[in-house]
Design a protein around this ligand. Structure first.
Ligand SMILES: [Zn+2]
Length: 178
C-alpha cells in the first residue's frame, strides 16, 4: 500500500498507525542506564540483553540513570521492610528468611530491572531492607508471614506485620517477631 496519497498537488499523509509510530521510534536514540545495563524500550525499562535492537541503535544509546539506580544513588527507596527481633529468632529461620528475600528479589529483577533489592542493613535485633518497588516489598512481607508463621509459632513467638503507606507510592512495612 502506498502510504501517501497525492491529492490536487498536496501530499496527505494517512494517520500514522501504531506500527508506523514504532518504526519511527526505531530511529530515535534509546535511553540507557550504564549502571545496570537496562534500556528504555517500548515504554518500559528492560535488560539490554533481552531486547531486540539493531547494532546501529546500540551505538546510539543515550546514557542516563534508570529510576531504580537513581533510587539507589539517592537512597530514596519506594519500599522498606523493617524487621524487629524482640525475641531472639532461631538462626536457621533467620537465614531462611534472608534467602527467601534474596531469591524473590532476584527473580523479580530478572523480569523487571526496575524492581529489585536495594540495600540490606543488618544489626543483631533489626534488619532494614530497602526495595526499589513498593509492590515487591509487600509481596515479600506476605510471603515471609505465610512461609514462616508455623515455625515461628512453634518457638512460642509471634509475628506482627504493620503496613504504613507513607507518601504514596512509598510503603514501609514493619514486621515484629516477639
Ligand atoms: Zn539502572
Amino acid at each position: 500500500m502506498n502510504p501517501k496519497k497525492l491529492t490536487k498537488g498536496r501530499i496527505i499523509s494517512p494517520p500514522k498507525s501504531f506500527k508506523a509510530k514504532m518504526k519511527n521510534q526505531e530511529h530515535k536514540s534509546l535511553l540507557f542506564c550504564e549502571k545496570c545495563q537496562s534500556v528504555f524500550y517500548q515504554k518500559s525499562w528492560r535488560h539490554l540483553n533481552q531486547v531486540d535492537i539493531s547494532d546501529a541503535q546500540k551505538q546510539n544509546l543515550k546514557k542516563t540513570n534508570c529510576p531504580a539506580c537513581l533510587m539507589e544513588k539517592t537512597k530514596n527507596y519506594e519500599g522498606e521492610i523493617v524487621m524487629n527481633f524482640f525475641a531472639p529468632l532461631n538462626d536457621q529461620i533467620k537465614q531462611e528468611i534472608k534467602n527467601l528475600i534474596i531469591n524473590i528479589s532476584n527473580k523479580e529483577y530478572e523480569r523487571n530491572p526496575l524492581s529489585r533489592l536495594g540495600e540490606f542493613q543488618e544489626s543483631e535485633n533489626q534488619w532494614k531492607i530497602f526495595f526499589t518497588d513498593n509492590q515487591l516489598a509487600k509481596r515479600i512481607a506476605q510471603k515471609i508471614k505465610k512461609t514462616f508463621l508455623e515455625s515461628i509459632f512453634s518457638q512460642n513467638q509471634k509475628i506482627e506485620i504493620k503496613f504504613a503507606e507513607e507518601k504514596r507510592p512509598k510503603t514501609r512495612i514493619t514486621m515484629t517477631f516477639k
